[in-house]
Write a protein that binds this ligand. Sequence first.
Ligand SMILES: Nc1ncnc2c1ncn2[C@@H]1O[C@H](COP(=O)(O)OP(=O)(O)OP(=O)(O)O)[C@@H](O)[C@H]1O
Ligand SMILES: O=P(O)(O)OC[C@H]1O[C@H](OP(=O)(O)OP(=O)(O)O)[C@H](O)[C@@H]1O
Length: 210
Amino acid sequence: MTELLTIAMPKGRIFEEAAQLLRQAGFQLPPEFDDSRKLIVDIPEENMRFILAKPMDVTTYVEYGVADLGIAGKDVMLEEERDVYELLDLQISKCHLAVAGLPNAKKSEIAQKVATKYPNVASTYFREQGEQVEIIKLNGSIELAPLIGLADRIVDIVSTGRTLQENGLVELEHIGDITSRLIVNPVSYRLKDERIDDLVNRLSKVVEAS
Ligand SMILES: Nc1ncnc2c1ncn2[C@@H]1O[C@H](COP(=O)(O)OP(=O)(O)OP(=O)(O)O)[C@@H](O)[C@H]1O
Ligand SMILES: O=P(O)(O)OC[C@H]1O[C@H](OP(=O)(O)OP(=O)(O)O)[C@H](O)[C@@H]1O
């Protein structure tokens, strides 16, 4: 086990669950790992390097090979369509992608406006439905868009449903279930297959047991 493994970890809400999985799989991550503001964290005892990335950017680091592995939401993988392999469904950060809007939102003949952080996912979805829409890209607080008349509907993540409910919106269509995945750069996988298989085996045991 000589090669260094570089792993792109998403900052934010996936981080804690992902770090817990790694610890349950027996990797010795020090407590400072969780509170640090450092963007590159070396764990020499494990011969591992962690890159702390924005969740939307994890697939980019892995595609370019600057990280061998990464943990990314399926939503990010669908949106970014990067050239990476998916190794394992980690079954964490469960949520789903949905179309939502005001309760009285009607489908009209003219192209409706759809606001979203996921323009590719949304345009593929509406094309498959045979619906012509105009996509408006936003970076967050997507639920605002139908409330202030920027868009007729939104495509966004729903987890508890609280954000929709508290803003008087309803889910109209379920697009797909989302969990976080372990992904790998295809070249890294060829070069470091033993180390990566060991990590996958250890993580799969934890996932299966939970
Ligand atoms: N409400 C949610 N519940 C569970 N998982 C979620 C939820 N919203 C997003 N996710 C998952 O977490 C990932 C995003 O995490 P996070 O919210 O920390 O990032 P972000 O929205 O990009 O952050 P930021 O708002 O700082 O840009 C998504 O890619 C998705 O897989
Ligand atoms: O169904 P819920 O449990 O309410 O979760 C859904 C909300 O969580 C995410 O937003 P986030 O908190 O990441 O903020 P953002 O709008 O800035 O992306 C998502 O975009 C929804 O707004």
